[in-house]
Design a protein around this ligand. Structure first.
Ligand code: FAD
Length: 318
């Protein structure tokens, strides 16, 4: 079933969903099951699976030459989605990125997904690889998520890259895209970012999932701004609890977000790491309760493999 059909069927009730990451360096499927098993009793209708482009580093050899080495190898998102669907009987939403994909690769990935009855995707650009400094698409790949959305919409209309394919099988993908309550870091301002978010929706995106945030007002303002800009699709808040003190600095650096004063103060004053973790969990519970009370369509939890913490939050809220 499509993600947006779940929202409609829920008739205003707030749903739950989770995001999981493919395990690193050849780890097995059990790592994903260990994360999801304790969380599935809360009946998420769908689970997202991220996609990670391979990173490379350059190691200097004794000869003075540099050797290119692949790091962070993760198994295929498509296979993980199929395993999740099979084990739990829920829908899986693979993330599909522009980075590292030619248009042909994307078309083939979509054909595989359709074949496996996976008809939801989250269409993203992907980040720059570390040594690139800025996002560089494949020579025949997409530069922006907008172009990826257009390709998926084309396939939903039976239009393939090879124009010789007439009356191609029409796909039926429900398309999610990313949104940024605190602005995407490359956008010159919020209006510009919203204009491109609107372009993604006009091109066929059916719903938006937000970047994490720690101040709910940022989400409410973002939803208002989207509505004012003519974006009328469901906007799902993405949530991540703080569980480690260093995240006070690393999350703003990695995700370009602000931490509210009260949260910074409470974490800084916590006596030890357990007390600090409690602050983070209680904050996420309060955020979730308010978002639910104000009618968010779904609370989307970035699990990052920490099912104990996510379970504590979800069982307090649902
Ligand atoms: P876009 O929508 O393409 O926007 C990128 C920037 O370009 C923005 O500043 C936008 O304003 C601007 N822009 C957009 N269109 C145009 C245009 N036509 N002309 C000029 N400027 C334009 N990354 C991964 O690698 N794997 C994942 O699985 C993953 N999952 C994510 C899930 C969520 C919910 C979120 C919020 C992010 C995720 N990311 C993931 C990170 C994401 O790839 C990065 O944030 C990336 O930098 C931007 O992706 P996007 O899809 O928002 O890009």
């Amino acid at each position: 079933m499509k993600v947006t059909d779940y929202f409609e069927k829920a008739k205003g009730q707030t749903l739950i969903s989770y995001e999981v990451l493919p395990p690193l360096k050849g780890g097995g499927m059990q790592a994903i099951f260990d994360t999801l098993d304790p969380l599935m009793e809360f009946k998420p209708p769908f689970v997202d699976v991220t996609y990670h482009r391979e990173e490379f580093i350059y190691n200097k050899r004794a000869s003075g030459y540099y050797e290119k080495t692949a790091i962070r190898k993760r198994p295929g998102t498509v296979g993980i989605c199929a395993s999740i669907m099979h084990r739990y009987g829920v829908d899986a939403v693979p993330h599909l990125i522009c980075g590292g994909f030619t248009k042909e690769d994307t078309e083939n990935a979509l054909i595989d997904l359709n074949f496996l009855n996976i008809n939801n995707v989250l269409a993203l650009r992907g980040d720059a690889r570390k040594f690139d400094g800025k996002f560089i698409p494949e020579p025949d790949g997409h530069k922006f998520a907008l172009d990826l959305v257009k390709q998926i919409t084309d396939m939903n209309e039976g239009k393939y890259l090879d124009t010789n394919i007439e009356n191609g099988e029409k796909m039926d993908f429900c398309i999610g895209v990313a949104g940024y309550p605190e602005k995407h870091f490359e956008a010159p301002n919020m209006d510009s970012d919203l204009a491109f978010a609107k372009a993604k929706v006009d091109a066929g995106a059916n719903y938006i999932v937000t970047q994490m945030f720690f101040d709910n007002q940022k989400y409410f303002d973002f939803v208002d701004a989207c509505r004012n800009a003519g974006i009328d699709v469901p906007i799902v808040p993405g949530l991540k609890p703080i569980t480690k003190k260093y995240q006070l600095n690393s999350l703003p650096r990695l995700f370009f977000l602000d931490m509210p004063d009260d949260l910074v103060k409470a974490i800084s004053e916590a006596k030890n790491s357990e007390a600090m973790k409690e602050v983070g969990i209680e904050w996420a519970i309060a955020q979730s309760k308010e978002l639910k009370a104000k009618g968010a369509p779904c609370l989307h939890y970035y699990t990052m493999g920490d099912s104990d913490t996510i379970r504590r939050i979800v069982e307090s809220v649902f």
